[in-house]
Ligand binder design. Structure first.
Ligand SMILES: [Zn+2]
Ligand SMILES: [Zn+2]
Length: 361
């Protein structure tokens, strides 16, 4: 099968024939229909996260159809339309038992034995536990969730990470209450879904903040009531004016830089909650003054993968989409075949809010 292999940090991908092993016990092989490009793939391939192995096939926002199942997989059948996420549950560790499988520490055969090999017989890693820039992936059954027949795979792929993380940050992590104010700093792939989540939860106002005003159109479409340029000298004053001088109740930081988190601290109201919703590159260290956090009785929390449970949250998101409350088609900037993946990655690297999706025949 064909896959886009990254042989080293910063190198362009090589689209080549590699082999994929059949699924073993508890595993599923998926014929990939669509794989969206996420900033995390770009961080992996650029070397921003040290220690990630190469060669690797990235891509972790996958939707496709089940090709075959390993022994012991009862919940999926050949031909089923499914979503594949990087969230993997061993079912045995303390985090899985606590319902927090996004933090699973269990070790699975997939973590030790490669399922991808290149033409020279070398191991090719499935980056971010998925490897979706390939015609097929082999993943653990816990990473796979069924999809309805009427949801296009390219839209469904977005649910695997960007939408799950952004909406989950609001609904699962912050448990935002209707009528509270929210600001989202960085309205890219995750941030625009924090905006959607805040709108779904009934936040008012919802302030989108970014250094790229080009992203504001999509943020407004997704429910932002205000959009402010992060480079504006009077940004803090503008937010205070919008919120009647008290600051915002919830700040969602979806930009991976220290300034975004420092700004979040400045905007936060008393009793406010700042949610760090996207994973910054290694070494990002914001300056937060604890005296303000204490004096204003604030909370700062992190959320990984939207604190999501795939089995609970994916059907819930699909229902929201059915009801017209969650936008998906609007989040797609372009569809491109695997052969154009380097161009798609270059475009995605410009940081627009909408996703580039690699589509397979
Ligand atoms: Zn992602
Ligand atoms: Zn586990």
């Amino acid at each position: 099968m064909r896959a886009a292999v990254c042989y080293g940090a910063g190198e362009p991908l090589r689209v080549e024939e590699i082999t994929v092993a059949p699924p073993k016990q508890g595993e599923v092989r998926i014929a990939v229909g669509a794989c969206a490009i996420c900033q995390s793939d770009l961080h992996y391939m650029s070397g921003a996260w040290p220690g990630r192995p190469f060669p690797a096939v990235c891509g972790h926002e996958v939707a496709g159809t089940v090709a075959d199942c390993g022994h012991g997989v009862a919940e999926h059948r050949e031909g089923d339309r499914v979503l594949v996420s990087l969230i993997r549950a061993c079912g045995q560790c303390r985090y899985c038992k606590a319902g927090a499988s996004y933090l699973c520490e269990g070790s699975l055969p997939l973590d030790k034995e490669a399922r991808f090999h290149n033409g020279k017989g070398e191991v090719v890693h499935q980056g971010l536990r998925t490897g979706g820039f390939a015609e097929q992936v082999v993943v653990h059954a816990s990473q796979v969730v069924g999809l309805p027949d009427d949801l296009p795979l390219e839209q469904a792929s977005l649910l695997a990470c960007g939408v799950l993380t952004g909406v989950g940050a609001v609904i699962n992590a912050a448990k935002l209450e209707a009528g509270r104010s929210a600001a989202v700093i960085g309205v890219g792939g995750v941030g625009v879904n924090c905006v959607q989540g805040a709108a779904i939860a009934g936040a008012e106002p919802i302030i989108a903040i970014d250094t790229e005003p080009a992203k504001f159109e999509l943020a407004r479409l997704c429910g932002a009531t205000h959009a402010l340029d992060a480079r504006d000298e009077n940004l803090v004053e503008a937010v205070m004016e919008i919120t009647g001088g008290i600051g915002v109740d919830y700040v969602f930081v979806a930009a991976g830089n220290a300034q975004a988190m420092e700004l979040g601290g400045e905007l936060l109201a008393k009793l406010g909650c700042m949610v760090i919703a996207s994973l910054p590159p290694a070494g990002v260290t914001p300056r937060i003054q604890p005296r303000f956090v204490v004096n204003k009785n604030q909370t700062i929390i992190g959320t990984k993968m939207g604190t999501a449970s795939l089995a609970r949250d994916v059907p819930r998101l699909i229902e929201m989409h059915r009801e017209g409350r969650l936008k998906l088609a609007e989040l797609i900037a372009a569809r491109q075949p695997l052969d154009q993946i380097n161009e798609a990655i270059a475009e995605a690297g410009k940081g627009a809010a909408a996703r580039h999706v690699i589509v397979f025949d």
